[in-house]
Design a protein around this ligand. Structure first.
Ligand code: AMP
Ligand code: MG
Length: 472
């Protein structure tokens, strides 16, 4: 009896130029590291022994109904266009329609080479696989749209990076893996029919109420606005907001050198490859607009007379900064317990953020301390905070339940970098206990639970992680 997965594939039915059929490359000794039982059940996946789950989710055994393939896409990487990327180490097994009626991709990441691997080995090592597992599930528990993690399996093989590292495959679940770059590849090649097919497919799958390419553009914009505002509200830095890592479904996707900030600083960068700060924390809204402009440019190529829609496309893109500001304001008002709208709110929020930056305050702990803690303790210069607090207390008059509002949006726990690094070191040494403990804690990030108090602590000086490295 083999693992039951209720596959119902649609992307595989698209014309051949969309993908390459590709089997995963088997590995020697698969070993299940983590499995998301709740997600499996929500997707209607049957039960199986760990050994069988390991074989399936490493790519050694292909379950009935799977139609493994690598997807084609292009993308702007750090601003320069790469005309062909594609799944270089990811293989889509197929899609399932979950209990909630939503269609989702089941994809193996690190399952071997594909026709799009270029120089790469098609593999991933355990560190980034477990990092993505943990951070994407934490993101989900924070209520932020994201791909999910279904399984992590050690391959028993060595992956060569700066040295030899233990290999792993991550099984990722996504509303789809359609990216801005999926549109760009056909637009840049002048494949108008493929572009039309893709547009129809994306609308039917994600935004059935959207009308035509411009309707799709508007819907993607609105989803990205919500996503970026949500990232900003928890101090999340994606790290590589290339157009190939920008999801049409509006999910956080492709966790590479991402990080949650400890000490707040608007220009914080973690990614070791982001030397110019293009994807710095406070630049993420600008980049989201830039990426949407690339989608607009691609989408208009399918009109017989593109010049007739340029104005509408421009208007859709140009509206994005104001929408981002409004979504950001809404999130940060709530972080201060404010549900009503007043003229001075922007100033109240940005003044606090400036004090946080100057006072080297911990992003997560400062906001949470506003509702249960002593926020003064978070600042190098507590007196500067006192004046701000007076203004804030005045603003809160007339707010019905500011504390409940704040507790629901200011997390107690985030996946802190130094904890992730410690977890990876343990996992590599064969100890999954820190991973499991972090997973348990991050499942309820808004709850104060005494047994996880140590996970609230920012890194000590010698624990600070200065850079995160690309998820290869
Ligand atoms: P990323 O920066 O992870 O979004 O990846 C950018 C591109 O490089 C994508 O096309 C990936 O599939 C490809 N890629 C990344 N790592 C590897 C690898 N180890 N082997 C093959 N392709 C890879
Ligand atoms: Mg990517």
């Amino acid at each position: 009896m083999s693992l039951y997965i209720p596959f119902d594939n649609s992307f595989a039915e698209l014309p051949p130029e969309f993908h390459s059929h590709q089997m995963p490359t088997p590995v020697g000794e698969p070993r299940l590291l983590a499995y998301n039982q709740d997600l499996a059940e929500a997707l209607g996946i049957g039960a199986a022994e760990p050994e069988e789950l390991a074989r399936v989710f490493v790519g050694n055994e292909i379950p009935a109904g799977a139609d493994p393939l690598a997807q084609l896409y292009a993308g702007h990487q750090f601003g320069s266009f790469n005309p062909q990327l594609g799944d270089g180490r990811a293989i889509l097994l197929g899609e399932v329609v979950g209990r909630d009626g939503i269609r989702r991709d089941i994809q193996l990441k690190g399952a071997g080479r594909t026709p799009y691997s270029r120089g790469g080995d098609g593999r991933a090592w355990m560190g980034p696989a477990l990092r993505e597992y943990l951070v994407s599930e934490a993101m989900h528990s924070l209520g932020i749209p994201t791909t999910r993690a279904l399984a992590a399996v050690a391959t028993g093989e060595t992956v060569w990076r700066e040295g030899g590292l233990p290999g792993a495959v991550l099984t990722r679940v996504a509303k789809s893996h359609l990216r801005v770059g999926t549109f760009q590849v056909f637009a840049s090649r002048g494949q108008v029919e493929a572009l039309k097919t893709l547009t129809e497919y994306a609308i039917a799958r994600h935004y059935p109420e959207a009308e035509g390419p411009m309707g799709l553009l508007r819907a993607v914009r609105d989803a990205q606005v919500e996503l970026i505002a949500a990232w900003m509200s928890v101090g999340f830095i994606h790290g590589v907001m290339n157009t190939d890592n920008s999801s049409i479904a509006g999910e956080t996707i492709d966790y590479g050198p991402c990080a949650f900030m400890d000490v707040y600083h608007p220009s914080r960068v973690f990614s070791s490859i982001d030397r110019m700060g293009r994807y710095a924390y406070s630049n993420q809204p600008n980049i989201a607009v830039w990426n949407l402009a690339q989608l607009a440019t691609a989408l208009i190529q399918q009109y017989d007379a593109p010049e007739t829609v340029v104005e509408e496309a421009t208007e859709i893109v140009h509206a994005m900064p104001d929408l981002l500001e409004a979504a950001w304001l809404k999130k940060f008002r709530a972080k201060l317990g404010i549900t009503t709208v007043e003229e001075g709110d922007m100033g109240l929020i940005t003044d606090l953020m400036r004090l946080m930056a100057e006072g080297q305050a911990d992003f997560t702990n400062s906001f949470r301390a506003l509702v249960d803690g002593d926020p003064r303790d978070q600042f190098l210069d507590p007196e500067a905070f006192d004046q701000w607090e007076e203004r804030w207390q005045q603003r809160l008059q007339g707010e019905a339940e500011p504390e409940a509002v704040m507790r629901a949006v200011n997390p107690v726990l985030i996946p802190r970098n130094h904890r992730i690094e410690q977890m990876i070191a343990s996992a590599v040494a064969g100890d999954m206990a820190p991973f499991e403990r972090l997973m348990a804690a991050l499942a309820t990030p808004f709850e104060v639970r005494a047994e996880f108090d140590d996970l609230r602590r920012p890194p000590a000086e010698d624990e600070v992680v200065k850079a995160t490295f690309c998820g290869t």
